[in-house]
Design a binder for this molecule. Structure first.
Ligand code: SAH
Ligand code: SF4
Ligand code: F3S
Length: 469
């Protein structure tokens, strides 16, 4: 069933939260400085920008270091076991700091909190955590903090809500003046067998296109040069709302706003439409870079993963993309050691990677997540087998990256200059249209500008060049 409109939280609720932020700021006895520690994907990075926006409204400023902050908040990820363990390990590290400084406040939020039983576990095992909440009630952060500070009691609130809602108009503190994230949709409906994201982020819900366009125009007016549209599966944007634009139509409208660069992630290969490919081909500002996670190269595994495309279909989509957008730079995510993966099946991933020639790839060892279908499958692959396979895959991709990057030598790329090298003030770094870091000699005045750079050499994960204008 499609909704008739985007499920936004009532404006009065956000207004009430802003009121609470001001109330918090007026407290005499409250933390003054904060540190936000972020794990996971861009979605979480953007949530942290919202947390920082709220923290500023609550009268706090960013601390010089994690050790000196009055308040430390961990925005966690649980997509793989190591992501979760890293986050928890750091939370425990704070326990010691809190012994020295009992007034230190600690909060934990994000995807990890949204797993069943996690709220109780935090209460039981982590008595030094003052505040904990999940992804669905991030907008209530100020209220939870106010309650914790004024009652001097621990506050744990995780809403177990599959549907989810959309909070509009929360304050945001962007981490860069030149690029900005725009969430276009929340949640995921795909339920890939290995993945926990649909359980911790709820169902797909698209923001109203009018809101997105309004945000993009405001960012342009603010001098933003690059926007990154966010969603777990941006290609299904709008499908949940009656009469809403499709992703391709939204992209076309955003292109007209005139921001220099538009990127988006993540695209699910099953819904890369011809319409979208055309918009990418014709767009003036849409970067010719696409992150298109394939996960695996074998059809039995893809089917078991519930990815809903075959190797052949994926190759066909890539061929179409390359035909219409010949310079497109493709990147991907790959999983090795999925339950039951045989040596031959793994080889299919290797051959697919060779056949496609990605600019780069993120490779992951399959990590069982409680509550997902794959976690209960027989034939879980031993760690030593997965490790050997991932090493092989990394080596293959490394060679391909080397070849792909070498082919960029001699080309002129546009680079959005972001920073000077930490080691050498005369070396600037930024991203080209393909999202690859390019280093070149220059000066700090160029930061925030888009300049033309001729590529002169290629490193393992970066390019080097010379400015030509
Ligand atoms: N929505 C995005 C990806 C989100 S998670 C998409 O569909 O592409 C980012 C990546 O983490 C996935 O692409 C996948 O490669 C990896 N991943 C997710 N769950 C995993 C698991 N249980 N074990 C190992 N890797 C996993
Ligand atoms: Fe996870 Fe699949 Fe959804 Fe991506 S599309 S978030 S991999 S369930
Ligand atoms: Fe991790 Fe949540 Fe993103 S589980 S990958 S932070 S959506």
């Amino acid at each position: 069933m499609k909704r008739t409109q985007a499920i936004e939280l009532p404006a009065e609720e956000i207004a009430r939260q802003k009121e609470v932020m001001r109330e918090f700021a007026a407290l005499a006895d409250r933390p003054k400085t904060y540190c936000v520690v972020t794990y996971g994907c861009q979605m979480n990075a953007h949530d942290s920008e919202k947390l920082e926006g709220m923290l500023h409204e609550m009268g706090m400023t960013s601390a010089a270091s994690r050790e000196s902050a009055d308040f430390v908040i961990f925005n966690t990820c649980c997509v793989r076991d190591n992501a979760q363990r890293r986050a928890l390990g750091n939370v425990v590290w704070l326990k010691e700091l809190k012994k020295e400084r009992p007034e230190l406040m600690v909060a934990v939020c994000g995807c990890m909190m949204q797993q069943p039983g996690m709220g109780e576990q935090i209460l039981r095992q982590y008595p030094f955590v003052d505040v904990a909440f999940g992804t669905h009630n991030l907008y209530r952060f100020a209220e939870l903090m106010l309650r914790a500070v004024t009652s001097r009691r621990r506050v744990v609130e995780v809403i177990r809500e599959d549907e989810g809602s959309i909070p509009e108009d929360l304050p945001v503190l962007r981490s860069s003046p030149y690029h900005a994230y725009i969430t276009i949709m929340y949640g995921c409906n795909n339920f890939c067998s290995y993945c926990i994201v649909p359980y911790v982020r709820g169902r797909e819900r698209s923001r109203a296109s009018a809101r997105i366009l309004e945000e993009a125009r405001a960012l342009k007016a603010d001098g933003v040069k690059e926007i990154m549209l966010l969603g777990q599966n941006v290609n299904s944007y709008g499908l949940d709302v009656e009469g809403e634009l499709s992703f391709a139509q939204l992209l076309e409208k955003l292109d007209e706003v005139g921001i220099e660069r538009i990127r988006f992630m993540t695209s699910h290969p099953k819904d890369i439409s011809d319409e979208l490919i055309e918009v990418m081909a014709k767009g003036k500002h849409i970067c010719h870079a696409l992150h298109l996670p394939v996960q695996h190269g074998n059809n039995r595994v893809l089917q078991s993963m519930n990815r809903r495309y075959t190797r052949e279909r994926y190759l066909e989509r890539v061929a179409r993309l390359r035909e219409r957008v010949p310079d497109i730079s493709l990147t991907t995510d790959l999983i090795v050691g999925y339950p039951g993966e045989t040596e031959e099946e793994f080889e299919d991933t290797c051959s697919l990677v060779r056949e496609i020639g990605y600019d780069s790839a993120f490779t992951f060892i399959y990590s069982p997540r409680v509550g997902t279908r794959a976690a209960d499958m027989p034939d879980q692959i031993p760690e030593e087998v997965s490790s050997r396979r991932i090493q092989k895959l990394i080596a293959i991709q490394k060679e391909i990256t080397h070849e792909r990057y070498a082919a960029y030598i001699g080309q002129v790329h546009s680079v959005l200059v972001e920073e000077a090298s930490k080691r050498d003030e005369t070396q600037m770094a930024g991203k080209n249209e393909y999202n690859i870091t390019v280093n070149f000699p220059g000066s700090r005045e160029l930061i925030g500008q888009i300049v033309r750079v001729r590529i002169t050499s290629a490193g393992e994960s970066t390019l080097r060049g010379e400015r030509i204008d």
